[in-house]
Design a protein around this ligand. Sequence first.
Ligand code: I3S
Length: 126
Amino acid sequence: GQQRVSTIEKAGRLNKTKVLENGKRLRKNWNQSWTVLQEGVLTFHKDPKSTATVGSYKSNHSVPEVTVDLRGAIIGWAPKDKSSKKNVVELKSKNGVEFLIQYDTENVIQDWHKVLGDTIRQLEME
Ligand code: I3S
């Protein structure tokens, strides 16, 4: 049969923490994750050092630590009271899980903000 080729739209390192799940506010636990956007799904992977190349993800060998379906999600710049860090994006999934994602380099986080927003809007039109 025909092999489905899944294209990685974006990948890179980001700092992330989960802040809300099942209606409960969580204690922040910021950590750096290798972050992959693929087919409307965002995945966070542990140990970015061992996964330095995007190529290793093409065969989906890396099991994600966290998976966020972007369909129905909401994204925006986090209000200042959500974190003392700069360049923080808030991502709320349809199933009520909330993440903060952050990176000190402004361009990096701006690119993610744009691509995640574009992806969410694209999914809304499908
Ligand atoms: O919103 P908060 O509670 O001030 O978030 C900070 C804390 O979660 C802190 O952890 P501990 O309370 O376990 O020490 C984190 O280390 C900080 O990074 C959190 O704040 P920022 O402003 O960095 O998101």
